[in-house]
Design a protein around this ligand. Structure first.
Ligand code: ZN
Length: 530
């Protein structure tokens, strides 16, 4: 007799499970029930259940040039194989739970996954026949601290007032923002929605003792929202909020690692979890549910210091050794990081293999860096390179940073998921790519024109002198610094997987950059640095 209630509970769980499974059926009508658990809303899917971006069978547009049988190292298939290997280091980090419970993973400089990808890159340089290959250690800066979220959970607390059978819902795309802490490890509080906020809105909302839920709709990736999201979170804490959720209206239901120092415990929440939460709060308001909606948060963290990482540096001797061209790609990544920066690293390796061949010997000496990157606090690949190689750095006439270069382009689709969230659909090209030329040299900008007209690279139509975080590490080099970079919405999210990388895009970029490097390696110095 005593176990009967347990059987009943299991039975009810099975029933509700099968009810949720109906959400997968394409024939299900979008019109939702108004009764049932959680106001009859569709529960959000687990991250990874649906792709962030729908990538159809139709292939991306091809490279607009005949294949080059002399240069198989620049072919799409070869570069794609390296890309897959690089993403594999992230998959290993995830499978082995390199960080805590395994909710974050990547190729993390300072941890074994970071070393493994750099060691592999050094091996690729050697296999290409390059004799001068070095692994150069980098120590984390003495005062730097690397914050890791070991495990966490964001759970909406079920209540019969939301409909019979409304059991707790874990928002699986939630991820804490650096360096959130919850004293005692857990926190339970009611939620209050402030939307995209601003003083005109939050002046009228009492957030004291509550978890404030703000909404951001990034145009491009999250980087561009850092100022607005962080300053408003800080303001909400000043007004008495005990935690802040930032709903990321991005493709899919992905974990997004971005934003920092928001002034208290902050969590980012992915697109479809965010839609669910917003809909729950709207329904609760519409139906005057006086008990409100509450969430329980838990978080365990760790801060690490005195870490070390390394760069792999390969020197391909040119006909002249008095001047160098530096070619860098960062190897570190959050999550799978297929586009940030496995694509850039695989293209850089293709160039190293290409110029290592005797018949492609460059005029100036080329220095290739598989860099420890810039994601880990106190560890900087470019600065480490300059400190360890003052002579190569002082001979540089140009630095080329290859970073996020072959992600497919996509846009909001005409279709939605069954919960009403807008799908994102890949088209046949690659995402817009910046060609940042720090000194605006007309000769260099002219080469990028050829990148578009001859190689079909989707460079933006305007000239730019932008430099990325990785390029920033080369600030002390007073020569032309080139940044080739995309800024797509999946950056720093779990949605940046192999499927969203364009295979012909890898070859398009590699063949153009091989041309670019060959040209700048022999161009008159005054044209490169006028
Ligand atoms: Zn990057």
């Amino acid at each position: 007799m005593t176990y009967r209630p347990i059987v009943l509970v299991v039975f009810l769980m099975a029933i509700s499970g099968s009810a949720f499974a109906q959400d997968d059926e394409p024939a299900r009508r979008p019109a939702r029930r108004t009764d049932g658990p959680w106001f009859g809303l569709s529960l959000p899917p687990a991250p990874g259940k649906d792709p962030a971006v729908v990538v159809g069978d139709r292939a991306p547009r091809p490279v607009p040039m005949a294949p080059d049988p002399q240069s198989p190292e620049l072919s799409a298939a070869v570069i794609r194989a390296d890309l897959t290997t690089i993403v594999g280091f992230s998959k290993k980090s995830r499978a082995e739970r390199e960080v805590g419970s395994g909710q974050v993973w990547g190729r993390i400089s300072g941890l074994p996954s970071g070393d493994h990808v750099i060691d592999w890159a050094a091996d690729q340089f050697r296999k290409a026949g390059i004799a001068d290959v070095k692994l150069q250690p980098i120590k984390q800066d003495a005062n730097a601290k690397f914050w890791f979220p070991l495990s966490w959970e964001v759970k909406l607390i079920g209540d019969p007032a939301f409909g019979a059978g409304s059991s707790d819902v874990v928002l699986q795309s939630a991820i804490p923002v650096v360096p959130s802490e919850i004293p005692g490890g857990t926190l339970t509080a009611p939620l209050v929605f402030v939307g995209s906020g601003g003083p005109a809105v939050i002046d009228h909302i009492d957030v004291k003792g509550k978890i404030a839920v703000q909404l951001t709709v990034p145009q491009g990736h999250m980087l561009f929202e850092r100022g607005a999201v962080t300053s408003q979170a800080q303001e909400l804490f000043k007004r008495g909020a005990v935690a802040v959720f930032t709903l990321l209206r991005l493709p899919g239901n992905e974990l997004g690692r971005d934003f920092s120092n928001c002034g208290g415990p902050c969590f980012n929440i992915g697109g479809r979890d965010g839609l669910f939460l917003e809909s729950v709060l709207n329904e609760a308001a519409r139906r005057h549910v006086t008990s409100g909606v509450r969430a329980q948060l838990s978080l365990k963290t760790e801060t690490r210091t005195n870490l070390s990482a390394r760069n792999a540096v390969a020197v391909v001797a040119g006909r002249r050794a008095d001047e160098t061209v530096i070619i860098d790609a960062h190897a570190d990544a959050w999550f799978d990081g297929a586009g940030d920066n496995a694509d850039g690293l695989s293209v850089m390796l293709a160039l190293a293999k290409h110029f290592a061949k005797p018949q492609n010997r460059p005029e100036r000496t080329l220095v290739f860096i598989a860099s420890a990157g810039h994601h880990s606090p106190g560890i900087n690949g470019p600065r480490g390179f300059i400190a360890a190689n003052p002579e190569l750095a002082s001979k540089a006439i140009l630095m080329l940073n290859i970073e996020h270069v072959a992600q497919r382009n996509f846009s909001p689709a005409r279709s939605t998921f069954e919960d009403g969230y807008r799908q994102a659909m890949a088209d046949s090209g690659e995402a817009p790519t910046y060609a940042g030329v720090s000194n605006s040299a007309p000769y260099l900008d002219g080469l990028f024109e050829e990148g578009v007209t001859r190689f079909g690279v989707n460079f933006i139509s305007s000239k730019s002198d932008m430099g990325s975080g990785e390029t920033g590490g080369f600030t002390s080099l007073k020569v032309a610094k080139i940044t080739v970079i995309q800024a797509p919405p999946l950056y720093h999210t779990t949605g940046e997987v192999l499927d969203v990388i364009s295979t012909p895009g890898l070859e398009r970029m590699a063949r153009f950059l091989a041309y670019f490097v060959e040209q700048v390696a022999r161009a008159p110095r005054e044209k490169v640095n006028p």
